[in-house]
Design a protein. Structure first.
Length: 205
């Protein structure tokens, strides 16, 4: 059985503020290497029958110009699609932009980079990474389990199971440190941490 807490160490996380054409954005970046080819990983993140096995049901046209909808979650428009290398979409709103980049490694593995940006006005500060980071950690874990051939069952039920709570709490803790290192004030961190705990950890210790 996988050590789920150890899985968190496989992911590189960062957050920062950057200038944009119409103000400032908050950028959340995550990277992880998967033991499969870019073509197989691309299929895992773009074919609806495969996405539902590690993430959640998805509908729509997963091609450039198409629209997708995650069941009970965010939807968006496909802004760019370059298989098996890059997928760019809106995510939950026109100003929330998501890009997934797949890069083959010399080892034959594939590095997946997730780049999620929103305006500072939407995120509030770099502490806004706590609103999305733990959720993306869960997605990265589900994808890793799926690629490795581990039995997941219903991914959404698994995400809410008591067995996953230590992982979720450890993820929130890691994102707290990332946000603190990025310069969030104590007040910003306190508010975002409370929101993250309410959203991702409904059973506080």
């Amino acid at each position: 059985m996988r050590d789920l807490i150890a899985e968190l160490a496989e992911v590189h996380r960062s957050v920062g503020r950057e200038p944009a054409d119409d103000g400032e954005i908050v950028r959340v970046v995550m990277k992880r290497t998967y033991a499969t080819t870019p073509a197989d990983l691309w299929a895992a993140i773009t074919e609806p029958d495969r996405v539902r096995r590690w993430f959640m049901p998805i509908t729509g046209e997963l091609k450039e110009g198409g629209h997708f909808q995650l069941e009970g979650n965010a939807g968006g428009d496909i802004l760019g699609c370059d298989p098996p290398h890059r997928l760019r979409t809106t995510f939950g709103g026109p100003e929330s932009l998501l890009q997934l980049t797949l890069a083959e490694q010399a080892t034959g593995q594939t590095e997946l980079t997730l780049d999620h940006t929103v305006p500072v006005a939407m995120a509030g500060s770099v502490a806004g990474a706590l609103f999305v980071g733990p959720g993306w950690d869960g997605a990265f874990l589900g994808l890793a389990q799926y690629v490795a051939g581990d039995a997941i069952g219903d991914p959404q039920e698994a995400a809410l199971s008591p067995e996953l709570l230590p992982f979720t709490r450890a993820s929130i803790s890691r994102w707290t440190e990332v946000v603190r290192a990025a310069g969030a004030t104590p007040e910003e961190l306190e508010g975002a941490l409370a929101a993250a705990n309410a959203q991702f950890d409904p059973q506080p210790e």
